[in-house]
Design a protein around this ligand. Structure first.
Ligand code: ACM
Ligand code: ZN
Length: 538
């Protein structure tokens, strides 16, 4: 009897492991989890030659086609052809139907591979799913042979239209190649927004032709505080910026991957680097130095000086030109101490003239004045949730970072909101409680399980109000992240967990199911050459 039991146990273990292996290869490889997956009996042999057939000829179609061909050509011989080929494997990309332009249907059958979507973005998303069905070696661009794909039907669409990843390039600077690699990581996880934090106290990183001082002076700090030892400095000048050509190159690279780049130009706070070049725009007149430590600084743009607005409007003119396809400009708005304004005759005069009862209303005046200008350029503003204080600008989208209350308030007022609360979305936090064995982080604790269990739509909202929660975003502040391998470590695999929160409609909240699929993603990261955190590795 005991023997029989052992034998049965052996057989069932074998059955489970075979089943896992089979599942592991196919639909359970996909992160974020699609809405609907039907696996049929049978497999498609992928031939050595792949043909891409797209039923349209326009900019959107060529973006999808070029990306698809470039990606696959690392592992296969690939060609684009007008119609079905007898030899080789056909990938049909078709625009058809109506609905969410990011939705898609992916079918693999004896006829080949077909992705259908109402929009080019959907074809791109469908291809990302197909990519996850290929063996992970495809990530490293290895030549592939004898690949079999399951006969499968996947119908999928995103839960949120805004799925963002932020990158702070001010506290530490990252090269054009790094930013492109970051964009590739976004694409792999079906994120569609890069929020590019381009100006802050410790560095101004975007070339503005009207003000060459910004790149000459504001992009450089004389040294940097060592770790968290305030008062101890490394004595090494540090800087960097993107030329306008480089900005255009990155924006195009992102657009080719259906990712919108939203630039952030911080105001009225976090502006010390700009003040270092233009001290007349600060309340005291300076002198100022580009920040060498982290935190919040009292010196901010003077709200009483019309020159401040003239300066920012000229900056915005060039920013609008460099980001023609982003409907948004992020104007910061966070962490602006009111100390200088309280003691500045110009700021106080402005408050009197405008009938503003306190400095919070002065901040609101500042943001609304810039909003009006940005609206006149055909764009809208996003601001951190402090822009609610003193009165919200009429058309602003609120990015809720101090918890979700800012997002809730905005949605209740009929404004759109993006949720990026510190507890779940700050990827500069530690991801393990064993902090001693982690690279230095800003603090906190945000691991995959916590992110995965987060429901971003607050229960307190009515269904109408909930529609104003347009999406979620993770933020990567780089005070303690000096190189790109470290960025990768901080976002992988947390990005995978957030991608399911952002994308997956029919998310069953089983973390163990996600964790199982994450194992396959780890192999993908490995093959892509990414540096990733392994806390969830089994
Ligand atoms: C922020 O973290 N200061 C938006
Ligand atoms: Zn002032």
């Amino acid at each position: 009897m005991k023997r029989l039991l052992l034998f049965l146990l052996f057989i069932s273990t074998l059955a489970i492991s075979c089943k896992n292996k089979q599942k592991y290869l196919f639909e359970d490889n996909i992160i974020p989890k699609p809405s609907e997956v039907i696996v049929h009996h049978g497999e498609l042999n992928v031939e050595d030659e792949i043909y891409i057939i797209i039923n349209e000829n326009c900019e959107g179609a060529s973006k999808v086609k070029n990306y698809t061909m470039e990606f696959l050509s690392r592992s296969y011989k690939v060609d684009d052809v007008p119609e079905k080929q007898q030899n080789g494997t056909n990938i049909f990309l078709s625009i058809a139907g109506e609905g969410n332009p990011e939705s898609y249907k992916l079918t693999i059958s004896e006829l080949g591979i077909e992705i259908v979507s109402p929009g080019y973005a959907g074809l791109f998303m469908g291809f990302q799913t197909l990519r996850h069905l290929f063996p992970p070696e495809i990530e490293g661009g290895k030549k592939l042979e004898n690949v079999k794909l399951p006969y499968i039907e996947i119908s999928d669409e995103p839960r949120f239209k805004y799925r963002g990843m932020h990158l702070d390039v001010c506290r530490h600077f990252f090269s054009v190649e790094d930013v492109k690699s970051y964009i590739d990581m976004l694409a792999m996880h079906k994120f569609n927004v890069l929020h590019w934090h381009l100006t802050d106290d410790q560095g101004w990183r975007i070339e503005i032709k009207a003000f060459p001082e910004l790149t000459k002076i504001s992009s450089m700090r004389k040294e940097t505080v060592v770790k968290q030892n305030w008062g101890e400095y490394d004595g090494i000048p540090y800087g960097g910026y993107y030329t306008q050509d480089e900005i255009r190159e990155i924006v195009k690279y992102a657009e080719d991957r259906f990712i919108m780049v939203i630039p952030e130009i911080e105001m009225p706070g976090h502006s010390l680097a700009a003040l270092a070049a233009f001290p007349e725009l600060g309340c005291t007149g300076g002198p100022y130095e580009v920040g060498t430590t982290w935190g919040v600084f009292d010196d901010v743009f003077c709200a009483g000086n019309d020159k401040t607005f003239e300066f920012l409007e000229q900056v915005i003119d060039e920013v609008c030109m460099l980001f023609p396809n982003s409907p948004f400009i992020h104007i910061g708005g966070d962490e602006c101490p009111k100390t200088r304004w309280e003691n500045c005759p110009k700021c106080q005069k402005r408050m009197q003239e405008e009938g503003l009862s306190d400095e919070h209303e002065l901040q609101s005046y500042f943001i609304q004045r810039l909003e009006k200008y940005i609206n006149s350029k055909g764009k809208r503003i996003i601001g951190w949730d402090e822009i609610l204080e003193g009165g919200l600008a009429p058309d602003a989208t609120v990015m809720s970072w101090r918890g979700t209350s800012g997002g809730i308030a905005a949605a209740q007022m009929g404004h759109d909101a993006i949720l990026t609360p510190g507890e779940y979305c700050y990827f500069d936090h530690y991801q393990s409680l064993d902090k001693e064995n982690e690279p230095l982080a800003i603090g906190g604790f945000t691991n995959c399980e916590k992110i995965y269990g987060w429901n971003p739509v607050p229960d307190s909202l009515t269904s109408e109000q909930a529609k104003h929660i347009i999406g979620v975003q993770a933020n990567v502040w780089t005070e303690y992240i000096a190189d790109f391998a470290h960025i990768q470590y901080m976002v992988l695999p947390r990005m995978a967990a957030l991608s399911e929160v952002a994308w997956s409609k029919e998310r069953d909240s089983s973390y163990s199911d996600f964790k199982k699929r994450l194992q396959a993603m780890y192999i993908r990261y490995e093959n892509a050459g990414y540096n990733y955190a392994r806390h969830e590795e089994e």
